[in-house]
Write a protein that binds this ligand. Structure first.
Ligand code: BES
Length: 452
C-alpha cells in the first residue's frame, strides 16, 4: 500500500477505533491488590475480542498474575514479525473529587478524550488495532500483539509469561506503545527510561499511643521521627542525598524551564528542586519521592503521641543503575540517618530495571521516516523518560536481536496517573497513522530490518 492509501485506510478506521477505545475506558481494570480484579478479566476479554476481530489467533494467558492477551498472525513469506506491546490495566483513579468527569465514562472536551486509561495505555492498544484494521487482510508483516494486564502494578508475572510463551512472542522488531511524545505536534522515540525501587518504611517508637501532654517533650513520636528521617533523603538544594545511586550521562535535548513548570502545574512561586539541566534531573539522574504516609488523619487525631507511622518511598534510578544495589544503598541510608534510636522496618515493594536503547539501525530509520510523514515533516525527537517500563530490559535480554521501538501515545498534557487523564485526539490520529506507516516501512525493508 502507498503512504496515501495507508493514510486513507487509517482515516477510514478512526471512528470505529475511537468507539472501541471508549468501550475499553469504561472498564475499570486496576491490577493493584485490594481492587476488584474481575474488571481486569473483563478488560482482557474485551481486548481479546478486538484482536480476534483483526483476524489474529488469540489466547488469554496468565502465570499467577493478571491476564495478558496474546494475538498472533504469521508473517507473509520473507517479511519480518513485529511484536506490538501495550497494557490494558490502569492506575487507580485516586481522589474522585479531583476529576471533572467520571474517570470511567469517557468524554470529549476541547479535542481531548478524558478518562482513566484513555492515554495510558488503552490508546496504545487501539493504536495497534488501528494499524491492523487499516491493512485488513493485506497486513504486510507478521504480528504478535502482547497486551499485558498488570503493568501498572509492576508486571510481576511478566518474566514467567515471557519464558512460557517465548516462541510465540519472538519478533524481529518490538514496538512498545506506552510512552509520551515530545509535544503536541512533535513525535518522539524514547531511548532511555529510569528504573524504580519502591519501598515501605515503618517507624515505631512506642508500644501504643500515649497522652501527648504527659509524655511529649521526652518521648519521640513516630510521625515526627519518620518525617525527620524522610527529610534526610534530599540535600538543601533538593538533590538526592542517598549515597551510592548512579548518575547517568546527560541527554541531548533540554526542557525549557517555563514549559516544564507549566506542564507540571507547579504552583506559582514554588522552586524546582535539584541542580543541573531539567532533562538530566528527570531522565538521567535518580529521584526520590515520598508517595504516601499512613498516620492518623488530622480530623480524628487525639492529643496523643503517635506510636508508629509508615511511608511509601519511590526512587527512580538512572539508566545504568541496578535496583538491588540501589535498594541496599537506600536501606543503608535510612539506617544511618535513623533519629533517636527508633525501630525501623524497610519492606521492598516494586523494583524495576532502567534501560537505554541504541536507537540506530533500519527499524529506527523506518520509524523516523514513518513519524516524519505522519507529523507532516516534523522529525521525531529522541527523548528519555523519567518513568519506568522495567520489562524493556527483560526484552533486551530475551530478544537481543530485536530492535525495540518505544513510541508515544501520551503528550505532556495527558496527566497519566493523575486526575483528569486525557488523550489528544488529533495526536492520536497521527499515532495510529505513524504505526501503520511503520509496519508498511518495516515490510518494505524486510532484509535489512531482519538483520538489525
Ligand atoms: N506509561 C508509563 C511509563 C511512562 C512514564 C511513559 C512516564 C511516559 C512517561 C507506564 O505505564 C508506567 O506508568 N510505568 C510505571 C512502572 C511501575 C509500576 C513499575 C511507572 O513508571 O510508575
Amino acid at each position: 500500500m502507498s503512504d496515501a492509501e495507508v493514510r486513507a485506510a487509517v482515516e477510514r478506521e478512526l471512528p470505529g477505533v475511537r468507539a472501541d477505545l471508549e468501550r475499553l475506558v469504561r472498564i475499570p481494570g486496576v491490577a493493584f491488590d485490594g481492587f476488584d480484579h474481575s474488571h481486569v478479566e473483563r478488560s482482557a476479554d474485551a481486548v481479546a475480542e478486538l484482536l480476534r476481530g483483526c483476524g489474529l489467533q488469540v489466547r488469554i494467558v496468565r502465570s499467577g498474575g493478571q491476564p495478558a492477551v496474546i494475538g498472533t498472525r504469521p508473517a507473509p513469506p520473507g517479511a519480518p514479525t513485529v511484536m506490538l506491546y501495550a497494557h490494558h490495566d490502569v492506575q487507580p483513579v485516586g481522589d474522585r473529587a479531583r476529576w471533572e468527569s467520571d474517570p470511567f465514562e469517557p468524554v470529549e472536551r476541547d479535542g481531548r478524550l478524558y478518562g482513566r486509561g484513555a492515554a495510558d495505555d488503552k490508546a496504545g492498544i487501539m493504536a495497534h488495532v488501528a494499524a491492523l484494521r487499516a491493512f485488513g487482510d493485506a497486513l504486510p508483516v507478521g504480528v504478535v500483539l502482547f497486551v499485558e494486564g498488570e503493568e501498572e502494578y509492576g508486571s510481576e508475572s511478566l518474566e514467567r509469561l515471557l519464558a512460557e510463551h517465548r516462541d510465540l512472542l519472538a519478533a524481529d522488531v518490538i514496538v512498545i506503545a506506552d510512552s509520551v511524545n515530545w509535544d503536541v505536534g512533535v513525535p518522539a522515540l524514547t531511548t532511555s527510561l529510569r528504573g524504580i525501587v519502591n519501598c515501605f518504611v515503618e517507624i515505631r517508637t512506642l508500644d501504643q499511643a500515649v497522652h501527648s501532654g504527659m509524655f511529649g517533650g521526652a518521648v519521640p513520636d513516630a510521625l515526627t521521627t519518620l518525617v525527620r528521617l524522610l527529610a534526610t533523603l534530599h540535600d538543601d538544594a533538593g538533590d538526592v542525598a542517598v549515597e551510592g545511586l548512579s548518575v547517568g550521562a546527560g541527554a541531548a535535548v533540554d526542557y525549557p524551564q517555563e514549559r516544564f513548570r507549566a506542564e507540571a502545574g507547579l504552583v506559582d512561586g514554588v522552586q524546582l528542586i535539584g541542580t543541573g539541566r531539567i532533562t538530566d534531573r528527570i531522565w538521567t539522574r535518580p529521584a526520590v519521592a515520598v508517595i504516601g504516609i499512613d498516620a492518623p488523619p488530622t480530623a480524628e487525631a487525639p492529643n496523643a503521641l503517635v506510636p508508629a507511622a509508615r511511608a511509601k518511598i519511590s526512587v527512580r534510578l538512572a539508566p545504568g543503575d541496578d535496583p538491588k544495589r540501589a535498594y541496599r544503598a537506600l536501606q543503608e541510608h535510612l539506617e544511618r540517618h535513623l533519629p533517636w534510636g527508633a525501630r525501623l522496618d524497610v519492606v521492598a515493594e516494586h523494583a524495576g530495571d532502567p534501560c537505554a536503547i541504541d536507537a540506530s539501525g533500519p527499524a529506527f530509520d523506518a520509524a523516523r521516516s514513518a513519524f516524519r510523514t505522519a507529523w507532516d515533516g516534523t522529525d521525531a525527537v529522541d527523548i528519555g523518560i523519567g518513568g519506568s517500563i522495567p520489562f524493556i530490559a527483560t526484552f533486551q535480554e530475551m530478544f537481543p536481536q530485536a530492535a525495540i521501538l518505544v513510541t508515544g501515545v501520551e503528550d505532556p498534557h495527558s496527566r497519566a496517573h493523575g486526575p483528569n487523564e486525557s488523550l489528544h485526539l488529533g495526536e492520536f490520529a497521527r499515532v495510529c497513522l505513524a504505526e501503520a506507516l511503520l509496519l508498511s516501512r518495516l515490510a518494505d525493508g524486510t532484509d535489512s530490518v531482519s538483520e538489525s
